[in-house]
Design a protein around this ligand. Structure first.
Ligand SMILES: [Ca+2]
Ligand SMILES: [Ca+2]
Length: 57
């Protein structure tokens, strides 16, 4: 899946989570040990969601 968007800091809490459209790939980077990256998306009842993390070497 092609990368379609990048994280936007500050996204370190549920309140500041980045919105992600289903079916897209997003790139984020953990800048240090205190960086947390939150994302949010909307699903409907009965939907299933797969999250596939990829770590760049
Ligand atoms: Ca980050
Ligand atoms: Ca972050």
């Amino acid at each position: 899946m092609a990368i379609t968007s990048y994280e936007a800091e500050n996204n370190d809490s549920i309140a500041t989570a980045n919105a992600v459209a289903l079916g897209t790939a997003i790139t984020g980077q953990l800048m240090n040990s205190s960086d947390a990256d939150y994302y949010k998306f909307t699903v409907s009842a009965g939907d299933s969601v797969s999250l596939v993390p990829y770590v760049s070497p």
